[in-house]
Design a protein around this ligand. Structure first.
Ligand SMILES: [Zn+2]
Length: 407
């Protein structure tokens, strides 16, 4: 099984990229290089299919916050520091603060939709070029944009909560309704903020002027908000039938008269079904991510600085297997020069490429060009297990807004 793989933010400033091949500095040059990347014969013994690895930059065009600015510096919002798993587990106060901010952030995430970049990944899949997607994003946009292509959600997903005692999952939308009932003043504030458009505006300055700050992973900051009065529900399963604790401790799950988790409890704490910073990725997801790399012959890295080790190591694994790597990202990528070591200086993209452009304009143009010239790959989607790590969304619910993110 190997060592646990913990999600840790990497905060160093990343150097600006070297564009490869040099002709890929223009839009048409970048398209030509990507065309060459997909058209080049598979390297000895490797399959022709491409695995795609994506990050937060892909969802920026959907209105979601990224962890980094385009110059590669960490934290667009300098004062933002994500909560760590151990803090969340240890502190009732930290959980109140987390859920209060997440309560406000959910409405913006709930309304957000996949953008042209996600849909273009779907187009590349339909051209037979993509075997599977590994994403670090927790917004479920890949599964929503291209449900027919397997997506492994490396860092989990916000569409569910999960109990830290019994590990049952619950839909986030119903949880949101419970938070509203337990926190009527916050619910009123949220309605007001939504009515004023403060949560809709794309302009960070305007958001700040309205007293709101948006952060990654559905976090919203309201300066001087009374987080300490916020209430959150207990796990309904643990409340009715508490599981035994491993060390034989008596399990206590208590709620107040409205159903809010009481600090007299020692279990039944719900967390978002994301891998929080400082939390380990499950062995199953880690293994499936490795299988997705090992089942492909190329790696397309989209809109991520590979700042988390869990993602970086997958690119490293691809390089070690001799897979050509294409990186499309605004700003630097962690240790990227090593991914292009040994490339023929005359190559045009087939051995690897580095482009610094936004995915939502480049990828649709690429898919359109490949379609126009009748390009077809041979890849059929990777056979992957039907499990929680691979997004298997309920298509019958897809008509309802965001419903299909909740199954
Ligand atoms: Zn539980």
């Amino acid at each position: 099984m190997g060592k646990p793989l913990m999600r840790i933010p990497y905060t160093d400033v990343l150097p600006a990229p070297t564009i490869r091949p040099p002709s890929a500095g223009t839009f048409t040059g970048a398209l030509a290089a990507l065309h060459d990347f997909f058209a080049a014969p598979a390297r000895g013994g490797l399959p022709a299919s491409t695995a795609v690895l994506t990050g937060a930059g892909l969802s920026v065009a959907s209105g979601l916050a990224d962890y980094r600015g385009t110059n590669g510096t960490y934290r667009v919002n300098k004062t933002y520091r994500p909560i760590y798993y151990h803090e969340f587990l240890a502190s009732h106060e930290a959980r109140k603060r987390y859920w209060a901010r997440s309560y406000l952030g959910w409405s913006a995430l709930h309304k957000a939709q996949p953008n042209a970049g996600h849909h273009a990944v779907g187009d590349l899949g339909r051209l037979g070029l993509v075997s599977g997607v590994i994403t670090q994003n927790v917004d479920s946009f890949h599964a929503k944009a291209h449900p027919e292509i397997p997506t492994l959600e490396l860092h989990g997903y916000l569409r569910s909560t999960i109990c830290t005692s019994c590990w049952n999952e619950f839909p986030r939308e119903a949880f949101q309704d419970q938070l509203a009932k337990l926190n009527p003043l916050w619910a009123a504030f949220l309605l007001e903020a939504m009515a004023s458009g403060a949560l809709d505006t794309e302009d960070p300055a305007e958001k700040r002027a309205r007293g709101i700050r948006m952060n990654p992973d559905g976090d919203v900051e309201v300066p001087e908000a009374p987080y300490t009065t916020f209430r959150y529900p207990a796990c309904p399963t643990c409340l009715t039938s508490p599981p035994p604790l491993a060390d034989g401790t008596k399990v206590v799950v208590e709620v107040d008269r409205d159903g809010a988790w009481s600090p007299a409890s020692n279990a039944g704490i719900l967390k978002p079904a994301v891998v929080m910073f400082g939390e380990s990725i499950s062995h199953r997801v880690k293994h499936e991510a490795e299988e997705a790399i090992d089942g492909a012959g190329r790696l397309l890295v989209l809109a991520t600085s590979l700042a988390t080790y869990s993602a970086w190591r997958l690119a490293k694994r691809a390089k070690d297997r001799g897979m050509p790597i294409a990186i499309v990202n605004m700003g630097g990528v962690r240790g990227e020069d090593a991914f292009f070591a040994g490339l023929d200086p005359q190559q045009l993209g087939g051995q690897g490429l580095r482009v610094e452009m936004s995915t939502e304009s480049l990828l649709p143009a690429l898919a359109a060009e490949l379609r126009r010239c009748g390009f077809r790959g041979t890849s059929s989607p990777l056979p992957t297990g039907a499990n929680a790590g691979v997004a298997q969304l309920n298509q019958s619910d897809s008509a309802a807004p965001f419903k299909d993110m909740l199954s």
